[in-house]
Design a protein around this ligand. Structure first.
Ligand SMILES: C[S@@+](CC[C@H](N)C(=O)[O-])C[C@H]1O[C@@H](n2cnc3c(N)ncnc32)[C@H](O)[C@@H]1O
Length: 291
């Protein structure tokens, strides 16, 4: 089933996922949209309990809205939560969302959410009740790295980030150190924030650490034996990367962060090795401090 830029592909377990024909990447390639969104984002970021505890409201950034499987799975998991939720979705195209809604018969995660999705497509925002939870959902178009670099633009800082771009080899601009540094500067360090993403690459983990995050190994999901969680507060990360990981980084042939939107792999530079060693995450281990 195809439109010009997107198609639906059936996965081995019988579920369906959207695929971009241009990048030749399937959005949720192994276990399917809901299962991946649940284990990678909803559970790892502990969203239902964190949203429920945020009685003044919770801000979620959804980077790479795509066809909204991640956001809609978060919404479904949050229906018993009464605290307000504000979702800011980023994408430079609404094409996959339009495509997904059109083919929602094969994408059951849309069920019940068709009206707010249609409103988001028509007006760029949707305010609605997600059962008990008041939701304000807004889409920010344009190039995400450029948005992060626009310091005059005020964006509400998030308490959680779903980071779901195409892979670094196909979409290098979304994985650079300057981008993550700009993103980190937009966080409010008085609001604990965690971020999950499907990649477990050394290059990405080094990038997140050098941008200022604490970083840990995330659970297996969607056929990947590990994923990645980053946070502004180490208490939000169950398995922080430690000295053993740092030793492996120094031997890796693909650890140096991308500085621009061209994918290339190289060992960690001496300057970045020194910066990493000075990161509180590794200093703390050296001094034996544990939470
Ligand atoms: C893997 S898909 C996201 C899937 C989505 N999270 C879902 O649940 O269906 C990646 C998305 O990132 C968006 N994207 C890629 N590069 C971007 C950029 N430079 N700025 C904004 N969005 C971008 C793509 O348009 C695409 O929709």
């Amino acid at each position: 089933m195809t439109d010009s830029a997107y198609e639906l592909v059936e996965l081995a377990n019988g579920s369906w996922s959207v695929r971009s024909r241009e990048t030749r990447e399937t959005f949720h390639p192994v276990v399917g949209p809901e299962a991946e969104a649940r284990s990678l984002y909803v559970e790892q970021l502990r969203l239902p309990e964190r949203m429920a505890a945020a009685t003044d409201g919770f801000v979620l950034w959804d980077v790479g809205l795509g066809s909204a499987a991640n956001v809609l799975t978060v919404l479904r998991a949050g229906r018993a939560v009464a605290s307000p939720l504000r979702v800011i979705s980023f994408d430079h195209t609404l094409g996959p969302l339009r495509f997904g809604l059109k083919h929602s018969a094969r994408l059951p995660y849309f069920e019940g959410y068709e009206p707010p999705v249609q409103q988001l497509l028509d007006q760029g925002k949707a305010n609605f009740m997600n059962h008990r939870q008041p939701v304000q959902w807004e889409v920010m178009g344009g190039d995400f790295p450029a948005r992060m670099a626009e310091f005059d633009r005020v964006l509400e800082p998030p308490a959680a980030i779903l980071f779901d771009a195409y892979s670094p080899a196909r979409n290098a601009a979304m994985w650079t150190l300057p981008l993550f540094r700009n993103l980190f500067r937009r966080l409010d360090l008085s609001i604990p924030c965690n971020l999950a993403t499907y990649s477990r690459s050394t290059m990405l983990r080094v990038t997140l650490l050098l941008a200022g995050f604490w970083v840990g190994a995330g659970e297996a999901t969607g056929g990947k034996e590990e994923t990645t969680i980053a946070a502004t507060d180490p208490g939000l990360i169950p398995k922080l990367l430690g000295a053993e990981w740092l030793t492996r980084v120094k031997r890796s042939t693909s650890a140096e962060p991308l500085l621009e939107a061209t994918y290339q792999q190289s060992p960690l530079s001496d300057a970045n090795r020194q910066r990493l060693e000075l990161h509180p995450q590794f200093q703390r281990e050296r001094t034996g401090i544990r939470d």
